[in-house]
Write a protein that binds this ligand. Structure first.
Ligand code: NAD
Length: 401
């Protein structure tokens, strides 16, 4: 059967017009792709097109694209409520419907029925199994994950996920298309829950929650330290509010189920907020009050939380991914840098700091608080034992000359 390469992809179907779908359609259209945009109702399609127009106008106002380019992009988007029309002539379909396996399997199967045999079917799922969705089609080798970051028309990063049945040609094609969209794709070599970026983020969120819960530091003390001493773009509680307390709550449960005790969450912090619909920025309140804009976190509280412990759990999680052959250190670093604005990726950080120092930090935390979060990975211990302690030794996660 013919295989689609990135080169050959010209027409793309985008299924779903929620928070992510319309931005994905826009990103394709601006970069010269013809787009079939599908939603359940004409009304939601109208709204999606309005959102795309609004966003394209912003690009024009900022001088990023010309008015004619914006108009050309809009003219490349065909809207429909029919799967037959959406999938009939495409080379690639990207589904971005609600995060529900049954629904996504149905969408995959409907696209599979109509799309040409060479077409690739990709999912924007954040947490579900790409492999399972692929099994709902007659072409599992031509299915994969294409995980965008919000807002998709702006964010640089795309995680490309290989399902158990995904062929390397399909991965190459999606990596290629992502680059043509001006994005930086990183490869998640296995269909492991949380892929790359969410796994690292939830580990630092869990560390913050456990620390707070033990009464070691207040929420503001943790966030001030993370922001002002650690140089991260946001404090961890602030970032949970920013992405949505409900989203963090769901993802942390999924990661716990998938990866075990290392991801044991402290749901007593997030559960009451979710129950009270205090979901963070989007509802106006979460851990912080967002009704007057971004929360102000007092500068003088910085230094009362040991940010090195955030780094230690992030590095530990990165080392599990390397051990499990889920991702290369380069991909993990790029992902955290581009997806979340960290100045340095965890592998890079560990190499500079010394893997022995990170291991000491984890062991000290683990001996005091024996929970899975702090238990050093076998890979980290092995690297230190071999003397691969980072830059100073010429080898750590990365190699140095
Ligand atoms: N929001 C984020 O930050 C983010 C980031 C990356 C990936 N994702 C993933 O993207 C996907 C969509 O998320 P979102 O935030 O855009 O959600 P959303 O709730 O804003 O949009 C969901 C879309 O699915 C459509 N939909 C629901 N049921 C449907 C059905 N039966 N048939 C067809 N369409 C249906 C809705 O009409 C809507 O257009 C999810 O898989 C999510 O995990 C979200």
């Amino acid at each position: 059967m013919k295989q689609t390469t990135g080169e050959k992809i010209q027409r793309v179907a985008v299924i779903g017009t929620g928070l992510m779908g319309h931005g994905i359609a826009q990103a394709f259209a601006v970069n010269g792709y013809d787009v079939n945009l599908l939603s359940r109702s004409k009304d939601s399609l109208r709204k999606a097109v309005q959102e795309i127009e609004w966003s394209l106008n912003k690009f024009v106002e900022k001088g990023a694209i010309g008015r004619d380019e914006a108009e050309a992009a809009l003219s490349r988007i065909m809207t429909t409520t029919s799967y037959e029309k959406a999938a009939a002539d495409v080379d690639l379909a990207v589904e971005s419907v609600s995060e529900n396996m049954e629904l996504k399997r149905r969408v995959f199967s409907k696209i599979d029925e109509t799309a040409p045999s060479h077409a690739i079917i990709a999912t924007n799922t954040s947490t579900l199994s790409v492999t399972e969705m692929g099994k709902a089609t007659g072409r599992p080798e031509k299915t994969a994950g294409m995980h965008w970051f919000i807002p998709p028309q702006l964010t640089q990063l795309i995680e490309v996920i290989k399902g158990d049945g995904t062929s390397s040609e399909t991965i190459d094609a999606i990596m290629d298309v992502s680059r043509k969209l001006g994005k930086t794709p990183i490869l998640c070599k296995k269909d492991a829950r949380g892929f790359i970026v969410s796994r690292i983020l939830v580990s630092v969120f869990n560390e913050a929650f456990w620390t707070y819960n033990r009464g070691e530091a207040s929420m503001q003390e943790i966030d001030a330290s993370v922001k002002y001493s650690g140089g991260f773009p946001m404090g961890w509680f602030e970032l949970v509010d920013y992405v949505g307390v409900d989203v963090e709550y769901d993802v942390s449960k999924i990661l716990h189920e998938a990866h075990g005790e290392r991801f044991q969450p402290r749901l007593e912090l997030t559960e009451p907020l979710v129950a009270a619909n205090k979901l963070g920025r989007k509802t106006g309140t979460g851990f912080y009050d967002w009704t007057k804009g971004r929360p102000r976190i007092a500068y003088d509280l910085a230094g009362r939380y040991d940010v090195e412990r955030s780094w230690a759990v992030a590095v530990n999680e990165a080392s599990w991914m390397v051990l499990e052959d889920v991702a290369e250190p380069e991909s993990i670093d790029l992902g955290m840098h581009l997806g979340t604005g960290w100045a340095s990726g965890p592998c890079e950080y560990a190499d500079n700091k010394g893997l022995d120092s990170i291991l000491d930090k984890l062991e000290a935390a683990y001996s005091r608080y024996p929970i899975g979060l702090y238990k050093p990975s076998p890979l980290l211990k092995d690297y230190v034992k071999k003397g691969w302690t980072g830059k100073k030794a010429g080898k750590g996660f990365h190699k140095y000359k």
